[in-house]
Design a protein around this ligand. Structure first.
Ligand SMILES: [Fe+2]
Length: 154
């Protein structure tokens, strides 16, 4: 396993933690395929799903920050956008037949974990307070609607 998910990566916001863990699951699945003979199709598929899921997660996360009134949402959005441009460049190289799986794994591993531990942690208290103040049940409907809105697959 490339990344062992653990409590050190949890923000205490269930829906976000589940999405982060899912990205880590994708990274581990991709890592297992890389280097296997005839893995090209499988790698291409996971690569695509991983990028798609990560981008969906970013827009969901931004919507949640905005809903919670987090002041640094725009800055966080810019961080996401820069990263999205990097992974999309890799995806395009992959579509052109280049083997980018290892480069993408390294980028995600390094960037994502740093991002969760630093920038995401910066919004966690405020968003958690917001969720507690309106009540988890009341947020449930919003979460369902926005998962449907931002994710192609949930
Ligand atoms: Fe983020």
């Amino acid at each position: 396993m490339r990344i062992a998910w653990g409590p050190q990566y949890e923000l205490g916001i269930l829906v976000i933690d589940q999405q982060h863990k899912r990205i880590v699951d994708y990274i581990n699945a991709l890592d297992q395929l890389v280097g296997l003979p005839d893995a090209y199709q499988g790698v291409a598929r996971i690569l695509y799903d991983l990028v798609d899921y990560t981008e969906s997660h970013f827009s969901f996360e931004e919507a949640l920050m905005e809903r919670a009134g987090y002041k640094e949402t725009d800055e966080h959005h810019n961080v996401h956008r820069k990263f999205t441009m990097r992974i999309e460049a890799l995806l395009r190289s992959s579509e052109n037949g280049e083997d980018v799986a290892e480069a993408l794994l390294q980028l995600l591993e390094k960037w994502l974990l740093h991002h969760i531990l630093e920038e995401d942690r910066a919004y966690a208290d405020e968003v958690r307070d917001f969720i507690n103040s309106i009540g988890r049940e009341r947020l449930g409907g919003w979460v369902n609607d926005n998962v449907r809105k931002h994710f192609r697959v949930s």
